[in-house]
Design a protein around this ligand. Structure first.
Ligand code: ADP
Ligand code: MG
Length: 730
């Protein structure tokens, strides 16, 4: 089973099932498979979550009292008493050869099975002396060895992440066998690169991460394996990107000095910010290249992304192409139509949308070449150049090339809407990232692949943009580069109480007296729009009673579109003082006079959702106030609220969100192959990621088909496999 050269590469080890490892056959192999550990490579990458350094663990007698400590001993006896129907007490005595320790757990009935007498166990918890004896209550317990089995390890005992159905001792011994049989593990990283980056040899790393001689060996060993994990991913991303460049035929748009973008820039009532100018430059220089643009624009709510999107589309329109904007929801599509229409009109490049149906209000300054904008959604067909248009007519005009810019939903534009010459598509993902969408759009271009600009209003941490979005180029608008004049939002978290309610109600009254408006966001109800709507309706009734002098409206997801639209219009026209709403207001609603947002049961919302909601404020007049009303029940929800109070910088909150939720959740929700980051920690290992990305992209630039690095190529394919299949979709 050993390859010719005596070296077992990870790719080769990934072909050997775990059932071939001594001690991990049969049922244990099935249990490992169920946990995603199918082959020997998987097993080697199942690295310990912590280590118990027995050379430094104190004896029970010497361990300090009142602190978290880890002590090691053998179970002397263990028993369980059922005190009440819902209370079982488990008592155990642990002996370390000198001293007895008395341990208590409540209701953890599995402890009896986990820790039969004779088991060697490491207990972590607070040591206390009570009535003359040493005690620990509800400690964590890591089984070191079962009775009658000898520990195969030295002074540092690895604690591997648990696998259901395989006892920790068996797992450790199985991994020990696998490591022993696998060494030396082939190292695809050239010595030169290793030396330059100060990385240790792979064989040494595999051995040391699982069975270190001393605790000091662990960190460099782990770093090496983390680097490898990032490197594989980044090589895959670099290859993907390389292929886009080599194979895909794009449109070489022309950047005209006196074109429509210049006309827009001159016509706008404000000067572009330096960041907008920079991003427009990045986008335009991508668009002039012969291969398609794949660029991600990160910019917080209010950072001025619309201008950038319009500039990209006008660049295409200048050369006789069309632009499309894809929004995740119908409401957002309408909002984009309104804001793009407003922007074009403001720059004197198209008639104002309000002018439709009133004859031409535009006769004085009729632009030479009005930009033709249209909205096409499931229930809307509108154009800025005609009073009314049917869907069928609009579909024809899009195909004929009459329309310059089409705004629609993702679904609409993907499902076979035929363009005359689609030159650029702007995908607005809000915070609903959909990795696959950008792949599917590529068939849309008629003569060539359209350029693609993905905009997101939820900044993502740099580490995520380098992994999850690693094949995209990234432009970002930082917090301190946003357009000037956005009023500050003062955010407070309030416990639910009559006093708190009095406080926010008074703020609503005061602001209404000053002619300003308030949002009251009702609790999120998981999985039931109906219940959510009912609770919003009830809350509105309640507020009508509490604020009899004010005009209180209602908006929820169960209302029919026409009713939603008329409520929104009434609120925009300041015919309402307060809008009680569910999260349908989360996106795309621009109300200049809204100065207050009350979010009820704010602990039920995710951090990015809270940030998006609050982003509805700060649209015009100020100061603004955001009340987060909640009695948080978990440390996570408490942390989210604290983060919201501490910062309104989307980038900071995104990092915080990753910290609070952990990368597993973030990746899990995003269906990408990066879920395969098993060892790396995106918050902690940022520098290794930066190094790995740089090296991977350099390698692929120098050797695009990896013909000089076959070991790297084989390993990427073998280890990423299906998980990165989407990267290789054409
Ligand atoms: P985003 O789409 O990134 O949330 P928008 O493009 O809607 O942001 O812009 C937010 C607001 O800022 C809009 O009212 C827009 O007119 C205004 N704005 C955009 N760019 C500038 C600028 N350079 N100077 C002043 N105001 C700007
Ligand atoms: Mg191009």
């Amino acid at each position: 089973m050993t390859p010719d050269n005596g070296e077992r590469t990870l790719a080769y080890l990934s072909t050997i099932p775990v059932s071939r490892v001594k001690g991990l056959t049969g049922k244990r192999a099935s249990a490992l498979n169920a946990a995603g550990i199918e082959n020997v490579a998987d097993l080697l990458l199942h690295v310990p979550r912590r280590y118990i350094d027995r050379s430094t663990t104190a004896t029970i007698a010497d361990a300090p009292l009142g602190e978290e400590v880890t002590v090691v001993g053998t179970v002397h006896d263990i028993n369980m008493r059922r005190v009440r129907r819902n209370l079982a007490i488990i008592n155990a005595t642990i002996f370390d050869g000198e001293t007895y320790l008395f341990v208590t757990w409540f209701n953890q009935t599995f402890r009896e099975r986990q820790l039969p007498p004779g088991t060697e166990v490491a207990l972590s918890g607070k040591l206390e002396r009570r009535r003359g004896r040493l005690e620990m209550k509800t400690p964590e317990a890591d089984v070191l060895d079962r009775p009658g089995e000898s520990l195969t390890t030295g002074r540092v005992v690895p604690v591997h992440p648990g696998v259901k159905g395989v006892s920790p001792g068996y797992l450790r011994r199985g991994i020990h066998n696998a490591v022993r049989r696998s060494l030396p593990v082939g190292d695809p990283i050239p010595v030169e690169m290793r030396d330059r980056l100060g990385l240790m040899d792979r064989s040494a790393a595999v051995a040391a991460v699982h069975f270190p001689e001393s605790i000091e060996e662990v960190a460099p060993a782990r770093d090496r394996l983390v680097f490898d994990e990032f490197f594989r991913l980044e090589v895959a991303l670099a290859l993907q990107k390389r292929r886009q460049i080599d194979e895909a035929v794009g449109i070489s748009h022309v950047r005209a000095a006196d074109g429509l973008v210049a006309e827009m820039t001159k016509g706008l009532p404000f000067a572009l910010t330096a960041a907008q100018q920079r991003v427009i430059d990045e986008v335009q220089s991508d668009m002039t290249r012969p291969h398609p643009m794949h660029r991600l624009l990160l910019g917080d709510v209010g950072s001025g992304k619309t201008v950038v999107a319009v500039a990209a589309m006008l660049t295409a329109v200048d050369g006789g192409h069309q632009g499309a904007v894809m929004a995740p929801t119908e409401v957002l599509a309408v909002q984009h139509f309104l804001s793009i229409g407003g922007l074009l009109a403001g720059a004197g490049m198209a008639p104002p949308l309000e002018a439709r149906g009133m004859g031409s209000l535009f006769t004085q300054t009729e632009p030479e070449r009005p930009v033709k904008l249209a909205l096409l959604t499931g229930s809307n067909a509108e154009a800025n150049y005609r009073d009314s248009i049917t869907r069928a007519e609009l579909v024809d005009e899009i195909a004929a090339g009459t329309v310059d810019i089409v705004v629609g939903t993702h679904a609409l534009i993907q499902e076979g809407l035929h363009f005359h010459r689609l030159g650029v598509a702007v995908v607005d993902e809000q915070h609903r990232f959909g990795v696959h969408q950008r792949v599917e759009l590529r068939e849309k271009g008629v003569d060539a692949e359209p350029d693609l600009l993905i905009m997101t209003a939820t900044p993502i941490p740099r580490t995520l943009s380098m992994t999850l979005y690693g094949d995209l180029d990234v432009s970002s608008i930082a917090r301190d580069e946003m357009p000037p004049g956005r009023p500050e939002v003062e955010t407070v978290a309030l416990a639910k109480s009559p006093a708190a309610e009095k406080r926010w109600l008074q703020r609503i009254r005061d602001e209404a007296a000053a002619g300003n408006q308030s949002f009251v966001v009702c609790p999120l109800v998981e999985d039931s729009l109906k219940v959510e709507a009912a609770s919003a309706t009830a809350e509105r009734e309640r507020l009508v009673g509490l604020l009899p002098e004010l005009r209180v409206g209602l908006l929820h997801g169960q209302m029919i579109p026409a009713d939603k639209a008329s409520v929104m219009a009434a609120f925009r026209d300041r015919e309402l003082d307060v809008l009680v709403a569910t999260t349908v207001i989360e996106v795309g609603i621009d109300i200049p006079h809204s100065t207050v947002m009350v979010i009820e049961d704010a602990d039920r919302f995710g951090l990015s959702q809270l940030h998006q909601l609050r982003g509805r404020l700060s649209r015009g007049v100020g100061p603004n106030y955001c009340f987060l009303v909640a009695d948080p029940t978990t440390t996570e929800s408490e942390a989210r609220l604290a983060a919201m109070v501490a910062s309104d910088d989307g980038f900071v909150l995104a990092e915080e969100d990753l910290r609070i939720r952990g990368q597993g959740t973030v990746f899990g929700a995003r269906q990408a192959g990066t879920a395969d980051l098993r060892i790396a920690d995106l918050l902690r290992d940022t520098q290794l990621l930066i190094d790995a990305r740089r090296e991977a992209f350099a390698l692929v630039a120098a050797d695009p088909d990896l013909s000089d690095s076959p070991a790297v190529a084989t390993e990427v394919q073998a280890l990423l496999g299906d998980a990165v299949a989407w990267l290789f979709v054409s």
